[in-house]
Design a protein around this ligand. Structure first.
Ligand code: SGN
Ligand code: CA
Length: 526
């Protein structure tokens, strides 16, 4: 084997670390990149203590860096994953939306660049890019969105059903790969959990973990969307669109639960979890007898109580919110436990001092803000994504620079001591991790969301966000601009666009938006 690129990597790491305060690691830097699906920063206690404790995820923040201004480029699963792999915006990597996207695996990607630099790479868990993974030494991915229970995986092309709970299994498979990996090469492991994606199905051991908790309603829960047309047009409202049977698991055997405003959806998704497993046969997604028994023991009394109470109006909506939060947070408990398993594995195997651990999500998520679940909007809760990085000898504490998921590829390459190709659009934030100040770091971010018409009916939009302002343009079947002053209106309730006195600011922001569209060569700006 030609050792040159590998040696380059080693030299790069040594050089990179020599500037840090702690002793430079002698071994090359490995990377464990952990990405959840739809994990909101609001439900990570390192970011927000209102909802739940996540001690294992928090440990990464305690021992590393917490990014306080971390964003995505297009708040949706497939597009985010394509941004990660390419370091490019959606219009450049070609994967703009989940519905029609097929990732072009022949293009330059992070795993290919790492592989050429002497790294061994693996991806385990959610993939969601339709075409088969390319450039990884090992891939073991969930099909589509993946199932919570007894999911189907495709392992280097071979389909198999694994019995158990998705988050546990994904970790098992990842750790088994680490056990088998070549010892003479650094590694980069992409560990992509399906959790906590809709419909938020907890592991049996976590059912009921939040039953004593009364989750505070976000202050914008009853938002009337005045001044924001696109905000009103969506179909991701907990009140209107969250389904009692599919989302909140009120699937009783008599099928008597109806979701107001959603006739016809009662059976939607029912089969995801209430399917009888024929004796001795393991069927993807279906629960086995023990899983089903634990599930029923928890949900059956809730269903009975729900029928007795016949809640209406605001009481029903508040009840839906509590159920949503209980399930969602219960799913995160398993994620947190499994992050702890990964950490312990690295510790036991002497890898903590030469492995960077990155924790993030494919985008943020609404936990009832504006009355929403889901993501997609350029509004803060879904535009932002959690980002914690524990790097040996690296920065401890907050990094407030504005970073975006197109930056992950160049950052990982720089940490690996490998060159960053010119055509990558993101910027490496590795200098921040090394505790350095960076002059001329970007002062604005570009965003572009494309998936419409589609589920949840969020209109297509693009926009620019500076440290203080957020300007977005909703287009396609509407033509609406929204402008927010994040300093005076962090919850984005008051659309300033068109208000007297904002003309100069609007002109400035539109100019910046055009500059970014040209810089990133988004055809919509041409
Ligand atoms: C599914 C969900 C949606 C979700 C998308 C995209 N519906 O279609 O609620 O917005 O995934 O999510 S479901 O009925 O299938 O649960 S993403 O994170 O994969 O982009
Ligand atoms: Ca997602």
């Amino acid at each position: 084997m030609d050792k040159t690129p590998f040696l380059m990597a080693l030299t790069g790491v040594a050089a990179a670390c020599s500037s840090g305060k702690e002793a430079a690691p002698e071994k090359p830097l490995n990377v464990v990149y952990i990405m959840c699906d739809d994990h909101s920063y609001q439900t990570i206690s390192a970011y927000d203590r209102r909802f739940m404790e996540t001690p294992n995820i928090d440990r990464l923040a305690d021992e590393g860096a917490r990014f306080t201004n971390s964003f995505v480029a297009n708040s949706l699963s497939g597009p985010s994953r394509a941004c990660l792999l390419t370091g490019k915006h959606s219009h450049k990597n070609g994967f703009t939306n989940n519905e029609h996207g097929i990732f072009d695996g022949s293009q330059q990607t992070l795993p290919k660049l790492l592989g050429a630099g002497g790294y061994q790479t693996a991806i385990v868990g959610k993939w969601h890019l339709v075409s088969d993974p390319t450039g990884f030494d090992y891939w073991d991915i969930l099909t589509g969105q993946g199932d919570y229970y007894n999911p189907v995986f495709i392992r280097n092309g071979e389909r198999l059903v694994r019995e158990g709970y998705s988050t546990d299994i994904t970790t098992d498979v990842a750790l088994q790969w680490l056990d088998r990996r070549a010892q003479d090469k650094p590694f980069c492991l992409f560990l992509h959990y399906k959790a906590p994606h809709r419909s938020w199905m907890p592991d049996g051991q976590d059912l009921g973990a939040f039953d004593d908790k009364e989750f505070p309603l976000p202050s914008t829960f009853w938002d009337d969307y005045a001044t924001r047309e696109a905000a009103a047009l969506q179909e991701m409202s907990i009140l209107k669109d969250m389904n009692l049977v599919y989302d909140l698991k009120l699937a009783d055997r008599e099928n008597e639960i109806h979701t107001p405003g959603n006739p016809g959806l009662e059976n939607y998704g029912r089969d995801l979890y209430r399917r009888n497993l024929p004796e001795g046969e393991l069927v993807p997604g279906r629960m086995n007898a023990a899983q089903q028994a634990a599930w029923d023991a928890y949900y059956d009394p809730i269903i009975r109580q729900f029928k007795r109470d016949s809640l209406q109006g605001k009481e029903l909506y508040a009840w839906k919110y509590q159920r949503y939060m209980r399930d969602y947070c219960s799913v995160i408990r398993s994620v947190d436990r499994n992050v702890g398993r990964v950490y312990e594995y690295l510790k036991e195997n002497g890898l903590l001092d030469n492995t960077v651990i990155i924790y993030t999500s494919d985008q943020g998520f609404f936990m009832g803000e504006h009355g929403y679940f889901d993501k997609r909007f350029m509004y803060e809760e879904s535009f932002r994504t959690p980002l914690l990085v524990r790097m040996p000898g690296g920065k401890k504490g907050d990094i407030d620079a504005m970073v975006q998921n197109i930056d992950y590829a160049p950052t990982i390459l720089e940490l690996a001591g490998l060159p960053v190709p010119e055509d990558i659009q993101g910027e490496s934030f590795a200098p921040f991790l090394k505790g350095k100040k960076v002059k001329d770091w970007r002062k604005s971010l570009y965003y572009h969301y494309y998936e419409f018409p589609a589920e949840h009916s969020v209109r297509r939009h693009y926009g620019v966000r500076t440290e203080r302002y957020s300007l977005m343009h909703f287009y396609n079947d509407i033509d609406e601009w929204e402008l927010f002053d994040l300093k005076t209106d962090p919850q984005q309730l008051h659309n300033l666009y068109g208000e007297p006195g904002t003309e100069k600011l609007t002109r400035k922001l539109k100019k910046e938006l055009r500059r970014l569209q040209q810089l990133y060569e988004d055809p919509i700006g041409q």
